[in-house]
Design a protein around this ligand. Structure first.
Ligand code: SAH
Length: 503
């Protein structure tokens, strides 16, 4: 029987949808319930009802699931960032591993034993405060105060909050310092509806291995009133945060290294509260990013320096990377190392191989593999990222890596055609965005006949689709390694090894 909108229904959650929402059935009718955990018995209110399924929200928890835990964030249910905080981390990992298996079986349609091919997921020991990049929308709360916060799921409604359990704690201090500066100099936050106001977002990037911090304000304009004053205040605030102080900035400019030496025991001293951050924190730069468009896209193209550098440096393993606000860089540094090591292992390099790294970003995987390969070629669509990649190669003294700007599905086929089909690759690595690889690219990969394809994926469904294509064109799925890059969220990363079948 189809329930009506606003009807109260009692159900047990028996499954999880692909977006992490709980699924329960009442009289054969399927309801999707945000924030519900498998095993919960709940009373829900129906929000929307179609013919055979609908959406509902939790009204009352009658019997909580054994896998239900208290959310760490006060705004967990409303903020759109984390979908799984109410589920124990163990249960999250189980679900993610199962999701990868199910996609490969159902969509991949490959005949294999999923349990043998899909390796146990690699999770984190401490699944909080892992992110090295944050983007906070700036707005006003109901009392008209300038605040930062997070968007509610699937909307641009601002939920004010200083705290985020998966972000670096220093961001709280940075956001507060920017908001105070805006109040003091009467700088208006950007208003999407009227396209007025100045400050749209605060973006921060932190180098986990170096402790370098970059603050970038995304503005609907070309300048920020008294920007140099803000930079000074941010320097002080980051320094004081490291000393374990959170009070008013008072000109204390101790760097984090000094702070760590001075205070071995403080809970908030760097290296303890920052998860992976080993060094102390130092503000490396403050900059503006110009975005005057009416758009949902966060960043514009132009960066204006205010103070210091417009990039930070970070290390993954031995390789140093320059990261600017515009370039893609994996957000979970600890797990990135795990992921890249797997990619390297799957690539099976001996030093003689020609490797193509498609969707290479700032050359992270390319340079990570370069030491073990004869030559690495990277392809990436964002020109700034390729500039960073080239710079990164020089900086690390890597001379066997070359980079090309363009869409992978244009560049690789064109180069292969130009070579008259003689261009060779032993290993091809792909790391596409969620939509997966374009078929033109997959076709060229098949034509080039590399021994191994290493597929790094952030979406098991499109991964499975592309695995199916490759499996139908001479490749065998050898191994799939899920890695939890995004604890508390619905997302899961997978590295897959596909090997060319010999007749
Ligand atoms: N391998 C890198 C980046 C992966 S993210 C890393 O681990 O850091 C995916 C990258 O693909 C992004 O940098 C994005 O800009 C790029 N991209 C998106 N579409 C593309 C396309 N059609 N061709 C090439 N690169 C593309």
């Amino acid at each position: 029987m189809t329930p009506k909108k606003n009807e109260i229904v009692t159900l047990e959650i028996t499954d999880i949808g692909s977006g992490g929402e709980g699924i329960g059935r009442a009289d054969g009718f399927t309801l999707f319930v945000k924030g519900a955990v498998v095993g919960d018995v709940i009373e829900v209110r129906v929000l929307k009802a179609k013919k055979t399924y609908g959406y509902a929200k939790i009204e009352r928890l009658l019997r909580p699931s054994a896998n239900r835990v208290e959310s760490v964030c006060p705004v967990a249910g409303r903020c759109g960032g984390c979908q799984l905080q109410q589920m124990s981390y163990e249960a999250q990992l189980c679900w993610k591993e199962r999701k990868v298996k199910e996609c490969l079986e159902r969509i991949g349609g490959v005949e294999f034993e999923a349990n043998r091919v899909v390796l146990p997921i690699m999770g984190m020991d401490e699944p909080f405060a892992y992110r090295n990049k944050a983007q906070f929308p700036v707005g006003k709360d109901k009392d008209g105060r300038i605040v930062t916060g997070f968007y509610a799921g699937h909307s641009h409604a601002l939920i004010p909050s200083d705290f985020c359990a998966i972000q670096a704690p220093v961001n709280e201090v940075i956001c507060r310092t920017v908001c105070n500066h805006m109040e003091r100099y009467r700088i208006a936050p950007y208003d999407e509806e009227t396209h007025t106001g100045l400050v749209r977002y605060i973006l921060t990037r932190i180098g986990a291995a170096t402790g370098e911090v970059l603050v970038c304000l995304i503005v609907n304009g070309k300048s920020l009133p008294r920007a140099e004053v803000l930079a000074e205040r941010l320097k002080t605030a980051v320094g004081m945060f490291c000393c374990g102080e959170t009070g008013n900035a008072s000109g204390n400019e101790k760097t984090c290294d000094e702070a760590n030496k001075a205070d071995e025991s403080g809970n908030r001293s760097c290296g303890k509260s920052e998860g992976e951050v080993k060094a102390g924190l130092t503000l490396k730069g403050v900059c503006l990013n110009v975005n005057c468009e009416i758009t949902n896209v966060i960043l514009g193209a132009e960066i204006i320096p205010v103070w210091g550098d417009t990039y930070i440096t970070d290390y993954i393993g031995e390789v140093a990377y320059r990261i600017s606000p515009l370039s893609f860089y994996q957000v979970n540094p600890k797990q990135t190392k795990v992921l890249y090591r797997k990619a390297l292992e799957f690539a099976g390099l001996t030093g003689n191989e020609i490797v193509w790294d498609l969707y290479c970003g700032i050359g992270t995987i390319s340079l990570f593999l370069a030491a073990k390969a004869k030559r690495v070629y990277g392809v990436e669509i964002v020109p700034q990222a390729i500039e960073d990649a080239k710079e990164n190669a020089v900086r690390n003294g890597i001379t066997n890596a070359e980079f090309f700007v363009g869409a992978a599905e244009d560049v690789l086929p064109a180069k292969y055609r130009e070579s008259g089909g003689s261009m060779r690759a032993d290993v091809i690595v792909v790391d596409p965005p969620r939509k997966g690889c374009d078929e033109r690219l997959l076709q060229t990969i098949v034509n080039m006949k590399p021994q191994r394809v290493v597929y790094v994926s952030c979406d098991p469904a499109t991964l499975a689709r592309d695995v199916k294509y490759l499996a139908g064109n001479g490749y065998t799925l050898v191994k799939a390694q899920p890695v939890d890059m995004f604890p508390m969220t619905e997302h899961v990363e997978t590295v897959v090894l596909m090997s060319r079948r010999t007749k």
